[in-house]
Design a protein around this ligand. Sequence first.
Ligand code: AMP
Length: 269
Amino acid sequence: MIIFKSINKLNKCIENIDNIGFVPTMGSIHNGHSSLIKKSKKICKKTLVSIFVNPKQFNNKKDFINYPRNTKRDIRILRKLNVDYVLLPTYSDIYGAKENRLIKIPKINKILCAKYRPGHFEGVLQVINQYLIKLNVQKIFLGEKDYQQLKIISNFVRKRFDIKIVACKTIRHKNTFALSSRNQLLIKEDLYKLSEIFKILKSFKLKLKKSFKYKYKISDVKNLIRKMGVKLEYLEMRDKHTLSKKCNKSNFKIFISYYYKKIRFIDNI
Ligand code: AMP
């Protein structure tokens, strides 16, 4: 495994290789990330993982400061997974580059996380764009856990780059909540609360699958979740392809964002 701190140096090393799979992350590697890496290793000749905690995608300074970081542990895990290349870019490598520019997201996308975290997806796209302009990669692996991000990056990449997006299923803790780096900020007992919230969502989803008339019960579900001591940011049903509010029994997904112990979690089922 070769570790690079510069995008240009990394690209010099990989520019002649075809079929490179790329897994961009913010580190604090968990089994959700590992599943993307394993998928890349299965279908690509070489696998590249980047770790960069991008300040521009945090609209709250405290959230950025408190975001879990453990590069030494991450490197150990990536070595075990037999990753070929790791990129740990510096801030100036990303934001100091002359090609770097702010990318606006279409107004139509200002829903869900984009509505509550202004500038978040612009920050995400700025980094992704910087990577893809410079790096010779053929496939990029993204998790469905960050479903809106997957859609926004896919639309962006499809228009500008000849790179295939590989969407990967959400990996969950014992079939309940989605694994997230932020889980590391909680103690074991707190995870129980996350499982309970997931169970409420799952049972609501099952009801909706039976009959979509239950959609009118969403305010009851919101109340139930609020009673669990979490601050609900949004709970919405949307079309899983277009993210439009117009959805039906066969194409809907439930999207949630909430704060528990001042830590923000998102999920979708
Ligand atoms: P992050 O480090 O949180 O920015 O995530 C890096 C990549 O891993 C993104 O494409 C995420 O969607 C994906 N990811 C994070 N958590 C999970 C999970 N539980 N299951 C599947 N993919 C995930």
